[in-house]
Design a binder for this molecule. Structure first.
Ligand code: CUA
Length: 183
């Protein structure tokens, strides 16, 4: 008989599943539940998925906020980029744009900051080199993270979201210094 949308094709799919198929379906379902339970578990125990502060923001307003932040706390320049040393406990701002991160942040080891990430133009990816720290940086959204630098040194901010021909050049910097008086 000719199979159409009205007359179903011949087949065996309505016959009871074989025992081994049921076993595999059960294993797959149990594994789905394990992965599902791991999402809240890792959020609470592993710290891989930090609770950030999310807010909508106008990209140009965010850029203006970054410029103000640079004016307030600039302490020097590094390869033409402003180096900004905000006081411990403050809100710090980083903007991703084609194809740079602004500014260079100079933070104190052991101090807490709220790091704001946003983009001016397109999606960028914040990767703190050499650590496995990755965040999406999205225009129109201000993503705030509470951070405490734990090791002094110089770190790269590598864009890990393809953002155009200059993507591979989009490398910023974070400098972590020993707390004042501890040297
Ligand atoms: Cu910014 Cu890739």
């Amino acid at each position: 008989m000719h199979a159409t949308g009205i007359t179903p094709p011949q087949g065996v799919w309505w016959k009871p599943a074989h025992k081994s198929e049921k076993v595999w379906a059960t294993i797959a379902f149990v594994w789905c539940m394990v992965l599902f339970a791991m999402m809240p578990f890792w959020h609470l125990r592993g710290g891989q998925n930090p609770s950030g502060i999310r807010a909508k923001v106008d990209p140009l307003a965010y850029q203006a906020r970054v410029m103000e932040f640079i004016q307030d706390y600039q302490v020097g320049t590094d390869a033409g980029f402003p180096v900004v040393a905000p006081p411990p406990g403050s809100d710090v701002y980083l903007i991703g744009q084609m194809w740079a991160w602004l500014p260079v942040l100079q933070l104190e080891k052991g101090a807490e900051y709220t790091l704001h990430l946003s983009a001016l133009d397109v999606n960028h990816g914040f990767n703190l080199y050499p650590f496995n720290v990755n965040f999406q940086v999205v225009p129109g959204y201000d993503y705030g993270l509470r951070i405490v630098p734990t090791e002094a040194g110089e770190y790269g901010v590598v864009c890990n979201e393809f953002c155009g021909v200059g993507h591979h050049l989009m490398v910023g910097k974070v400098i972590v210094t020993e707390p004042e008086g501890a040297q």
